[in-house]
Every structure is written in structure tokens, then in C-alpha cells.
Design a binder for this molecule. Structure first.
Ligand code: AMP
Length: 289
């Protein structure tokens, strides 16, 4: 439809870039949009707070919804179209979408189930059903929009790996583009959930990126043992008692299989709670040789 509308009959040179988001847009999202604009001549941002990816005790209700502001930001950023379906529209079987949902487990409709080896680690251990919810919605978005490329942040490294894998396994005709993490001056990765933090909590939260930086320094100095790199992160996190780590893990960035040693490349990832807010961050450790 878009291809015909905007470009008449000639669809040859049209490239559509999709940036899937849950809204409450920030600089991290804008960096994905900018990349999409560089590589495509039509950019679509989807805004959908996906009930399938929230557990029953998670923040589906509180999740910030700022469609008017998002619309302005998209306009300023040169986005061509926003796709913001209502929950009932996107997921007709949802029933009471506004209550958050245990749909991820009892979905009456077809679901996309990523490999267990990729969902039993990192955030998957603490958010059962989350990545099934993500995979199902992303598959629907890709089928609805049919972009040439879709843009995802390395901030959600497990999500990116799972989506790359699902696109390969299901032969979806789309290129997945991973984009680097955008950070505040303090090192804190931009996140819609940072809105939950008080100014004091925000400065404490910077310890996540600092701890990863410590480990990266050790890695650059030659440390290859996962246990040592993880211990360095844990030691740094422990300097801020308000931070409650959920996990610190070192896995292969594509397979998400835990690594004992980082030979070529490793994904060092953290999730931690600060008050009621759950924060994640990660760094890719790459052997330069
Ligand atoms: P979300 O709205 O949180 O679902 O994020 C939408 C997309 O933006 C995902 O692909 C995220 O990985 C990406 N993203 C979120 N925060 C950042 C960030 N600080 N830097 C880069 N990408 C990000």
C-alpha cells in the first residue's frame, strides 16, 4: 500500500525501514530512526506497548505512554509514518489487554516460540514468557509492515539475538540491523524506564555502565576468564548498596550460550533493580586480533 501510495507504480527503488518501539521515545530511539533514514527512503516507527511481553507483576500499566510527544519527535526526526495500533487491534484475542497479561503463557492465538537455549538465560530467567511475547509481536509487525530493514538496539542484546535467529529460522525477508547503545553523559543507557528514577537514583544507576567499563578494561588488558570479568562487575555493583543485581552473565552474543572464556567475542550483560525499577545494560567484548 505504502509503496503504491507514495511511489506510484515504480516500487523498484523503495526501501522501507521499520523501527519498532514501545514509545516514550528518547535519544536511543532517535539514533535508530536516524540510521533508518540514512539507509531507507521511507521510515516507519511502530509504537506499541506490547502486553504479551509483560509478566503479571510487571509494569504494563505504569509504562509511560506519550503518543502526542512521540508524534512530535517523530515528525522532527523525519519519520514518514507512525504505526500505533490499539492493543485489541493488534491482538484481537487479547481480551482484557489493559490488565497487563499472562497471555505470554496462555495465549489462545498462535505464538512464536524462540529456542529454549536463548530464553533460559539472562532476562529470560527472570521474565518467563517475555521473549515469546516479543518474538510473536515482532513477527506480526514485520508481516504487517513488510519493511526491507528493521532496526533494533544493542541495548536489548538478548532481544536482538533472538530476533536475528527468528528471522533466519522462519526465513523472513527482512534485514535486521543492530544499533549501538546510546548513553547519557554519566554512562547510563537511555531507557524509557529511566523516567521512573528519581534524580538521586539516576546518578546511582550509572554504576551499571561503570561496572561494565571496569570489566572491559580488564578484558583489554588480557583477562579472558568469564568468572574474573563477572566478578569485577559484581564488585563494582556492590559499591552501591541500593543496586540489587538480578544477574551478571557472559554469553556468546549470537547463540547466548554461557562462556567460560571469551575467545573471540562475548556479551557481558547485567540486569539489576533499583527500587522498583529494573535496569539492563551490556557491553560487547571483542578480541581485537
Ligand atoms: P523499547 O521502546 O524500549 O522497546 O525500545 C525500542 C528499540 O530501541 C529497541 O530495539 C531497543 O533496543 C532500542 N533502544 C532502547 N534504548 C536504547 C539505547 N539507549 N540505545 C540504543 N537503542 C536503544
Amino acid at each position: 500500500y505504502l509503496r503504491r501510495c507514495r511511489f506510484g507504480q515504480s516500487t523498484q527503488d523503495v526501501a522501507i525501514g521499520l523501527v519498532p518501539t514501545m514509545g516514550a521515545l528518547h535519544i536511543g530511539h532517535l539514533s535508530l530512526i536516524e540510521r533508518a533514514r540514512q539507509e531507507n527512503n521511507f521510515v516507519i516507527v511502530s509504537i506499541f506497548v506490547n502486553p504479551l511481553q509483560f509478566g503479571p507483576n510487571e509494569d504494563f500499566q505504569q509504562y509511560p505512554r506519550q503518543l502526542d510527544r512521540d508524534r512530535q519527535l517523530c515528525q522532527q526526526a523525519g519519520v514518514d509514518a507512525i504505526f500505533a495500533p490499539a492493543a485489541e487491534e493488534a491482538i484481537p484475542d487479547l481480551g482484557n489487554a489493559s490488565s497487563g497479561s499472562s497471555m505470554s503463557r496462555d495465549a489462545p492465538s498462535t505464538a512464536v516460540v524462540p529456542p529454549e537455549s536463548m530464553t533460559s538465560v539472562l532476562c529470560g530467567r527472570f521474565r518467563p514468557g517475555h521473549f515469546q511475547g516479543v518474538a510473536t509481536i515482532v513477527t506480526k509487525l514485520l508481516n504487517l509492515v513488510q519493511p526491507n530493514r528493521a532496526y533494533f538496539g544493542q541495548k536489548d542484546a538478548q532481544q536482538l539475538a533472538i530476533i536475528r535467529r527468528l528471522v533466519a529460522d522462519l526465513n523472513l525477508p527482512v534485514e535486521i540491523v543492530g544499533c549501538p547503545i546510546l548513553r547519557e553523559a554519566s554512562g547510563l543507557a537511555y531507557s524509557s524506564r529511566n523516567q521512573y528514577l528519581t534524580p538521586e537514583q539516576k546518578s546511582l544507576a550509572a554504576v551499571l555502565s561503570h561496572s561494565l567499563l571496569q570489566a572491559e578494561k580488564l578484558f583489554k588488558a588480557g583477562e579472558r576468564l568469564s568468572a574474573s570479568l563477572i566478578a569485577a562487575v559484581e564488585a563494582e555493583l556492590a559499591t552501591v548498596p541500593a543496586i540489587m543485581p538480578e544477574y551478571v552473565e557472559l554469553v556468546h552474543p549470537n547463540t547466548l550460550i554461557p562462556l567460560e572464556n571469551v575467545e573471540e567475542v562475548g556479551l557481558l550483560a547485567i540486569a539489576a533493580r533499583l527500587g522498583a525499577t529494573r535496569l539492563i545494560d551490556n557491553v560487547l567484548l571483542k578480541n581485537r586480533k
